[in-house]
Design a protein around this ligand. Structure first.
Ligand SMILES: [Zn+2]
Length: 265
């Protein structure tokens, strides 16, 4: 049984009423020690969080399944996503499968099976998932989507480069995996109207960003919102994120929220 503080558990009872959420993970480092990189979690944190999602009855469709039938997911739904495709995610995939959960991975096709070629910013050492591993994950029901060829900020590149980052990564994955690739995630979460048009032009059926909120809040499959799970997140803070659809889940934030609710009914 995963420990969660009583107030977070109480609040979470009402979670799921506002529609699906998407959760964003990156690296999952082995063991129990909390990683220093804000975007990584330890395997122990990850297991605890999955145990909570499973115990609380969350459906975990892939992103492709969410956008294919957006009205189908009326109960508690959490689309679990991983950006970049770190090799330590293989163990995370095993943990998902053990619990009958699934997830969507966004991989960078220019660095498949190699060390990431984009700037490090403190992430853990190690290579990215290779083709054999990605195929294996796909065969276990996981979805593989694109995260560009070179992990660039798409808002800052030329039109030609924008098109190639989107189309070449899609074509490469379809070639490697033998399946259409419809899901895309923006590197660094940055996007604009030009990028949005290009993603549609390239033939993707959905894209996710890093703006927080309920996944389908904008009713636009090309602007799916996600909640980040940080290295500091416990099961209790994750439960509050699931309840509020927000990162602002410190008790101080929640006190303000409760007061507003009281004032406005
Ligand atoms: Zn990324």
């Amino acid at each position: 049984m995963t420990w969660i503080d009583p107030l977070s558990r109480y609040l979470h009872r009402a979670a799921g009423q506002h529609g699906p959420v998407m959760l964003m993970y990156h690296a999952v480092t082995p063991g129990k020690i909390r990683p220093g990189w804000p975007w990584a979690v330890s395997m122990q944190q990850f297991r605890d969080q999955l145990n909570f999602l499973a115990a609380e009855g969350y459906a975990t469709p892939t992103m492709g399944e969410l956008v294919a039938e957006p009205n189908k997911w009326t109960g508690r739904t959490a689309v679990i996503t991983f950006d970049d495709g770190y090799v330590d995610n293989l163990a995370a995939c095993d943990e998902l499968q053990k619990r009958g959960l699934r997830a969507t991975w966004f991989v960078v096709t220019g660095s498949i099976g190699e060390s990431p070629k984009w700037p490090a910013d403190g992430r853990p050492e190690g290579r990215l998932l290779n083709v054999v591993e990605l195929r294996e994950m796909q065969s276990r029901g996981m979805e593989i989507g694109s995260h560009t060829v070179n992990h660039v900020r798409l808002t800052e590149v030329s039109d030609a480069r924008l098109t190639s980052e989107l189309s070449d990564s899609k074509a490469a994955l379809e070639d490697l995996l033998g399946r259409p690739v419809g899901s895309f995630a923006y590197p660094y979460g940055v996007w604009d109207v030009r990028c949005d048009d290009a993603v549609k032009q390239a033939g993707y059926s959905a894209a996710c960003i890093t703006r927080t909120g309920w996944a389908l809040r904008d009713a636009n499959p090309y602007l799916l919102r996600r909640l980040t799970i940080f290295n500091t997140d416990t099961v209790s803070t994750m439960a509050r994120k699931l309840y509020l659809g927000s990162h602002d889940v410190r008790w101080r934030d929640l006190a303000g929220y409760a007061l507003r609710r009281l004032r406005h009914g």
